[in-house]
Design a protein around this ligand. Structure first.
Ligand SMILES: Nc1ncnc2c1ncn2[C@@H]1O[C@H](COP(=O)(O)OP(=O)(O)O)[C@@H](O)[C@H]1O
Ligand SMILES: [Mg+2]
Length: 381
């Protein structure tokens, strides 16, 4: 007989999936998830889980975890019947989905607790370090042709040398997101260097010498590690650069490409964040006027690229339930890897594929969570 736990509607046979978020994310989720597009996916996940007979989902913060027993206090779960969030206590999750962006000792402690107790995570890594990721993918002959050359910057001379070989380069913090840690450098005809980055608005300046950049870079990067990556001559629509975000997942029978979005940046912006987005097949047709045959060929090339990158990342780091992959297509139609994301907010994905797309993506994620739980005894044995 299925026993029901009154507080959470959990049956004894269901898998407990815990989504790890911060206290402030929890607050936003509870109060105004409909208003904030960065929460749409979590809301879709909660809705999808509330219809799943095999799985119970709750959201919790590091502060909610009793790290001796694993019990969770003040977790948040979505009640479909009442259309409402409820707070509840729950036993330790059996699978963890990490969506927290803050880094501190408590988060580490909670992570360690789950690892020590063999609680599987949806993703093998909470984030990708752009330098290490580049190094790992360059060791794989299948993925190295997709990588723009990149180096770690230790001193200003490294940039100087890199700029001698490449006219346009991107400097990027090894761990960052939303284009916040990215500066574009371009050599100009007068041998000056133009730099641009986006902070509240587009900021562009030109300096005469590489040494004039020193204070700028010091302010921007502080003591953070960063890389220089060759600039990809991205396809453009007018003054807007175009790049792509793919949402890729591990499904029951292999890798699923849930959607690929074309993103158009603001005019002259070095990044395509704060952008409009649409499914890339539609973009190729409507904006680049590709023929049906050209679209088919491009889709095949992109799918080959995405599955190759995904498998290589799994070989290097371990299994992933989902990865957001950023890539560019250049003016020769070659495909280039930009970076991988292990906690995609799926904002462009929602703009392109709507709520139905989010729900389907959530469905696959939940299926993957169940499969991880089923695998667990075999791993222990
Ligand atoms: N090598 C590059 N060539 C061209 N554009 C780039 C390059 N690297 C980054 N960009 C642009 O900057 C954006 C942000 O860079 P990305 O590496 O994805 O960092 P973030 O972690 O901030 O998303 C990309 O989506 C792309 O538009
Ligand atoms: Mg990115």
């Amino acid at each position: 007989m299925r026993r029901r736990n009154k507080t959470m509607n959990q049956t004894t046979e269901t898998v407990r999936l815990g989504a790890l978020i911060s206290t402030s994310q929890k607050k936003i989720l509870k109060q105004k998830m409909k208003l904030d597009k960065r929460y749409s996916f979590l809301a879709a996940l909660a809705a999808e889980a509330s219809e799943s007979p095999n799985l119970t989902l709750y959201f919790f913060s590091p502060e909610d975890v009793d790290v001796t027993s694993g019990d969770i206090h003040k977790a948040l779960y979505w009640d479909r019947e009442n259309n409402k969030w409820y707070e509840c206590s729950a036993p330790s999750p059996e699978v963890v989905y990490e969506r927290i962006y803050v880094k501190n000792e408590l988060v580490d402690r909670v992570r360690t607790f789950f690892s020590d107790n063999n609680v599987p995570f949806i993703n093998a890594r909470a984030n990708f370090n752009k330098l290490i990721c580049h190094q790992k993918l360059s060791e794989d002959v299948k993925t190295s042709p997709y990588l723009p050359p990149a180096i770690e910057v230790r001193k200003i001379e490294d940039i100087h040398r890199f700029l001698k070989v490449h006219d346009v380069i991107y400097l990027k913090k090894v761990i960052s997101s939303l284009g916040k840690g990215v500066i574009k450098l371009e050599k100009t005809a007068e041998n000056s260097i133009k730099y641009s980055y986006y902070k509240s608005r587009l900021r562009t300046q030109t300096v005469k010498s590489i040494y004039d950049l020193k204070p700028v870079l010091h302010r921007f990067f502080h003591n953070k590690t960063y890389i220089a990556q060759r600039g990809i001559p991205l396809i453009k629509i007018g003054d807007q650069s175009i790049d792509f975000r793919a949402e890729v997942q591990r499904g029951k029978n292999g890798i699923i490409i849930s959607g690929v979005c074309a993103r158009a940046g603001l005019k002259n912006s070095p990044i395509t964040v704060h952008s409009t987005a649409m499914p890339y097949e539609l973009f190729l047709k409507e904006h680049l006027h590709y023929s049906e045959q050209n679209i088919k060929n491009t889709v095949l090339k992109v799918e080959e690229f995405l599955t190759t990158i995904y498998s290589s990342l799994e070989d290097a780091y371990g299994p992933f339930g989902e990865i957001g992959i950023d890539f560019g297509i250049d003016t020769n139609r070659d495909i280039w890897f930009i970076e991988a994301n292990s906690k995609s907010a799926k904002v462009s994905f929602e703009k392109s594929y709507g709520d139905a797309g989010l729900r389907e993506n959530a469905f696959h994620l939940l299926e993957y969570a169940e499969s991880l739980h089923q695998k667990e005894p075999a791993q222990e044995g």
